[in-house]
Design a protein around this ligand. Structure first.
Ligand code: HEC
Length: 300
């Protein structure tokens, strides 16, 4: 059963919904369709490889140092070795690359975008909410700002506006826990292309330095997907969040307080036996709800 195509497709869909690109990539029409198709295939291939073929720790989804791309996508990314022309193949990022795992994929980096350029706020919310199940406090109802635009700064560059939010105590209380995660991913545009300047031009450089504020209150500087992935794995919170999302996927509803014990049971399987998800998947595919389920609850 586990090796059959249907189980693989189901779990591919589970992860693509959890990470958000199932929903976001189809809407990202600023990226050419053939590129989006290949970005999707890149992420699907990583998940299938880690979960079903390598049967290693599931957190390798965040730590993989190779990616399944063809020469077109390597050139599109701009910071990855270009493989020979032809079908996609596994390409190693090399020791000096800041890319690693799913966070270095265009499909993931596209999720959570709101404008035609990236939003550090939205990316920070995505990491906190989706990956750590630790959403930041919601927006104050009396806040009088234009949320449809990046914060203004008086400069033509985008990032200074976001940085002003951190200097104002009434804003920093929330924004300091989200935006600096996004700063550390700013060198990757809404399709995952590497860049060192904002779209406004060379006078708006991006240093790509961010800070990860962990749900336990500790903070760590980082730069790029590889260091962020290390910081996320180090929190230990990914297992609990994955278990929560699996629970919600199989039950088709958001968890309530009384579900915590079932989630812990899944978490025991997730973090046991070298972190492979196969035990968890065996338990799930044996339940009738698995065969019926097609979506995570909408709010995720
Ligand atoms: C209680 C938490 C909280 C406080 C305090 C707060 N914000 Fe926010 N802010 C948020 C959240 C959450 C979002 C994302 C909202 C969304 O996209 O639905 C957000 C989004 C924004 C955005 C849009 C940014 C983007 O890229 O999506 C701007 C601009 C903004 N806030 C400005 C401010 C300013 C200015 C202050 C201080 C006067 C402030 N905020 C205080 C939580 C907060």
């Amino acid at each position: 059963m586990l090796q059959n195509r249907r189980a693989r497709e189901h779990f591919g869909r589970f992860f693509s919904q959890w990470f958000g690109y199932e929903q976001s990539l189809v809407r990202a029409t600023v990226i050419p369709e053939d590129v989006r198709t290949k970005l999707r295939a890149e992420s699907d291939a990583l998940i299938e490889r880690v979960v079903f073929d390598r049967k290693g720790p599931w957190t390798d989804i965040f730590r993989a140092t190779e990616s399944f791309i063809d020469a077109d996508i390597a050139r599109y990314y701009g910071d990855v070795s270009v493989p020979p022309e032809g079908p996609a193949t596994w390409v190693s990022y090399g020791p000096n690359s800041e890319r690693r795992g799913i966070i270095g994929h265009g499909a993931f980096l596209n999720a959570g975008t709101k404008f035609t350029d990236t939003s550090p706020t939205q990316r920070g919310i995505m990491v906190r909410t989706k990956l750590l199940c630790s959403p930041p406090k919601s927006i104050p109802p009396d806040l009088q700002v234009n949320l449809d635009q990046p914060p203004p700064s008086g400069s033509k560059c985008k990032l200074p506006g976001y940085k002003i939010l951190l200097t104002q105590p009434s804003c920093a209380g929330c924004h300091a826990g989200m935006d600096p995660i996004g700063y550390g991913l700013e060198r990757y545009d809404i399709g995952g292309k590497f860049r060192t300047t904002e779209p406004a031009g060379l006078t708006c450089p991006i240093d790509g330095k961010g800070t990860f504020l962990s749900p336990d209150g500790s903070s760590a500087p980082f730069s790029g997907p590889a260091e962020l992935s290390d910081a996320l794995v180090a929190t230990g919170a990914l297992d609990h969040c994955l278990s929560t999302r699996i629970f919600e996927y199989t039950q088709g509803r958001s968890k309530t307080g009384s579900d915590e014990e079932s989630i812990r049971q899944t978490e025991k399987l997730v973090s046991g036996r070298s972190g492979s998800l196969l035990d968890v998947i065996s338990a799930i595919v044996a339940t009738p709800s698995f065969t019926l389920r097609t979506a995570l609850p909408e709010k995720l």
